[in-house]
Design a protein around this ligand. Structure first.
Ligand SMILES: Cc1cc2nc3c(=O)[nH]c(=O)nc-3n(C[C@H](O)[C@H](O)[C@H](O)COP(=O)(O)OP(=O)(O)OC[C@H]3O[C@@H](n4cnc5c(N)ncnc54)[C@H](O)[C@@H]3O)c2cc1C
Length: 384
């Protein structure tokens, strides 16, 4: 067993770490407060190959392995969770899913643009009345000659308003439950497809979130992603990739929170000495350090299996479950280290804390991760 990063992984880590320190961390507060996404910077990242990390070079990606992919997510999560989220959605939920299930024409049309930061994608699974129980979705896709007519509503969709292409899941057979779902690629501006922004979120304020109304949206059969009736499998495969990226991002945010708290603890004097010298403060720091290291190892373990191309749903869910909970514990405790100052926007911890809350909710809640892990341990097929 070798825990060392190889030369390529170390150089990716250094390049992205420097980029985040110079271009992202200093601006994350402003993007959060103004609810703006730095589109120009995103394009610059595309040019540097930081977005298309694990996308093959023939589709304008950098052809990196999954550990490098995780390193980039971790470093982005260190600076700004909204940017890490856009990396997760564009690459893990959308581009990789098109690569896995799409026709060559679909891959060529969408993947290079996303990898270069020139196009945005979104993934529309959740609806107002179906979240964890995705198979109970109400959106429909009725066949009409060479077209499908999509109707329904999608809720909480990251990049809904920005996306050039949306992966939309809808029922082609209402009586077949999960086996009646089909995935479609819907281009921006398709008549009847109307996204609306959602504001006033606790966190991820720099990131676009929206709902989508679909009224008689005509989509050509060539825009079907994967076979008819296999949409649920398409959706779950996308989540296997995205949960990995979320978990890695959580490690980065938790590390950033710990680093802020360590520096503060060495400088803040109470009872005549730095608070870092009080053992109960050290306990908070030590617990965070152990938590982060455990999360990182779970992420790397899942990445190791992904590199081998073997099934990794169990390990990816473990990483997502642990890291999603861990980053909430760590950011909460690091605010404790800062005392009242941690409660103020003068320090980045309050943003990190708000941004972290989503991680036990999206890409499958912590309870859903536990169900998948539990079913796996017991040999029960999940959501059969
Ligand atoms: C900011 C943000 C961005 C998002 N981005 C996207 C996106 O890009 N694409 C997309 O499709 N969705 C997206 N989502 C939706 C997200 O994936 C869902 O919110 C999530 O899956 C949970 O669904 P729900 O909100 O309907 O909660 P529900 O499913 O209603 O769950 C409510 C509670 O019940 C629990 N629960 C439900 N079923 C069970 C069970 N069987 N056993 C135990 N507990 C259970 C849940 O764990 C949770 O605690 C996003 C959400 C947010 C807030």
């Amino acid at each position: 067993m070798n825990f060392d990063l190889n030369e390529e992984q170390l150089s990716v880590q250094k390049m992205v770490r420097d980029f985040v320190a110079n271009e992202i961390t200093p601006n994350a507060k402003q993007w959060d407060q103004e609810e703006t996404f730095p589109m120009d910077l995103w394009r610059k990242m595309g040019d540097l190959g930081i977005i298309g990390t694990s996308i093959p070079e023939e589709y304008e990606g950098s052809g990196m392995d999954f550990i490098s992919h995780a390193i980039v997510a971790e470093e982005l999560g260190y600076g700004c969770s909204s940017m890490r989220g856009s990396y997760s959605v564009n690459i893990s939920l959308v581009a990789k899913t098109i690569l896995q299930w799409g026709t060559e024409e679909q891959k060529k049309k969408y993947v290079p643009g996303i990898a270069l930061g020139e196009m945005f994608g979104c993934y529309g699974l959740t609806e107002p009345d179906s979240g964890s129980d995705a198979a109970s979705m109400k959106s429909t896709a009725e066949k009409d000659g060479d077209y499908y007519i999509l109707n329904g509503n999608k809720m909480w969709i990251t990049h809904a308003n920005l996306a050039d292409v949306s992966i939309i899941f809808a029922k082609t057979d209402k009586d077949k439950g999960a086996r009646g779902i089909t995935a479609f690629l819907v281009d921006k501006g398709t008549p009847g497809f109307t996204p609306q922004p959602i504001h006033e979120k606790i966190g991820l304020r720099a990131q676009d979130t929206g709902e989508i109304v679909m009224e008689n949206v005509r989509v050509h059969k060539d825009n079907m992603l994967g076979p008819e009736g296999k949409g649920f499998a398409v959706a779950m495969s996308a989540l296997d990739n995205a949960r990995f990226t979320v978990a890695a991002g959580c490690v980065g945010t938790a590390q950033a929170a710990l680093d802020v708290a360590k520096q503060y603890a060495k400088e803040r004097i109470q009872f005549g000495k730095p608070i870092a010298a009080h053992q109960l403060v050290q306990q908070l720091i030590a617990n965070a350090a152990v938590d982060i290291e455990m999360g990182r190892l779970l992420v790397y373990r899942a990445g190791f299996l992904k590199n081998k191309g073997v099934r990794n749903t169990r390990e990816t869910c473990m990483a997502k479950y642990f890291c999603g909970e861990m980053v909430n514990r760590v950011t909460y405790d690091m605010i404790q280290v800062l005392g009242g100052y941690g409660f103020s926007a003068e320090y980045p911890l309050e943003r990190m804390y708000r941004d972290s809350r989503i991680n036990t909710l999206y890409e499958g809640t912590s309870q859903i991760q536990q169900l998948i892990i539990g079913n796996n341990e017991l040999g029960i097929p999940a959501f059969a």
